[in-house]
Design a binder for this molecule. Sequence first.
Ligand code: NDP
Length: 451
Amino acid sequence: MNDAPQLDERLHEIRERVVARNVADSAYLRVADEILESISVALPRHPEWLEDQLIERVFEPERQLVFRVPWTADDGTIRMNRGYRIQHSSALGPYKGGLRFHPTVTHDVVAFLAFEQVFKNALTGLSLGAGKGGADFDPKGRSPTEVMRFCQSFMTELHRHLGATTDVPAGDIGVGEREIGWLYGQYARIVNRVEAGVLTGKGLDWGGSHVRKEATGFGLAYFAEAMLAERDEALEGTTCVVSGAGNVARYTVAKLQALGAKVVACSDSGGTVHDPDGLDLDAIVEIKEVRRASLEEYLQVRPEAEHMPAATPWSIPCDAAFPCATQDELDEEDARTLVANGVRLVAEGANLPCTHAAIGVFLEAGVAFGPGKAANAGGVATSALEMRQNAGRTAWSFETTDARLRDVMVEVHRRCMDAAEELGRPGDLVLGANVAGFRTVARAVRALGAV
Ligand code: NDP
């Protein structure tokens, strides 16, 4: 269990009940504590939050689905994994949030991701509810036909809970355009309907949107740009490091480079690549997206670069750091190293990649810190744009969609800044994101009555 946070005394009983209900879910409770801390700061302006168990109703998922996913391996044996979908909140719109296929997926992981999604989606201002799902399935080492059969079995159970106006999943770790295709194909076959809006992250030829693939990474760079603009600084000329080499990381690198930054490192589960001259993104895409291999192979293209097995990029001196792999990948010691090396900005592409203690180090040192629920909202925002195009049976150009994404990220940043400013903590984007997100959802839950 986490250390008890500093709270307004009227919130203690609420916290005790939240802890009692979710005692096995430590990551969920970490998010709950962070939100409660922010609520505590804003409570004097919002005494209505204490009425009708409003806070607990926002904290409690509307529906939690746990299901068996049997599938057949290539050798003919039957295998089994556990699937999840937590439909946390439909107060602002259909449940919306990705699916993760990774062996570390548990109820706790899905619960914290779904809970974070509530505030992230509210911050976009795009009428999105929140959910998250996945399975403890490991796609690594599995043939494409095995992954396809797994996706089909997963959807055979999940389809009854989805719909373009009910619940609209997207990708996350281990679920990219390929898997979305197999999931969508099985959904359409079962329901006997073309319903493009039921999943986002689709391919361009079958209902997808320009920029969805790039959206989280591009959006993260736009958010960082807005953070630096507050300090009359720019990304151009900065040295950056990124963790991960997946969807979010690759398009973060692409946009940072386009904005004039030099990105000198990225990583995968096997270690970190350090290329002081700047990463060759085409080589990374070829290794990670096309061949689905290890980053170690980068040295075959750039022998002068270094591969550090089992290491993270946080010891490499940089102006800006972008954790884009997974939760808890940057701890207090990493944060101290980054600060000692002069980092000026940290923005989270992944969900909860920085530990609570690491965030404390950044805030104390005056590093501009962008929390994931705001900084990585570009993915879900562009999913909302994909849903709009599907509903209108239309397709926008790359430029139009990219420009809308940039506007959304500037707006998300402004909402966070305004909320922090109102509460007397200018520039505190953690507080600003939590309060601006919670306020929006709480208002809707209150208006909808006892539902
Ligand atoms: P991908 O599966 O495309 O990439 C994940 C990357 O992180 C891979 O390079 C992977 O390495 C690495 N990684 C995953 N788990 C670990 C681990 N336990 N230790 C070390 N490295 C790890 O996922 P995404 O890029 O889609 O997602 C990355 C993060 O961004 C997640 O936190 C996700 O929730 C978040 N996010 C994603 C969004 C999206 O639109 N996709 C939207 C908003 C947030 P390897 O290649 O070796 O497996």
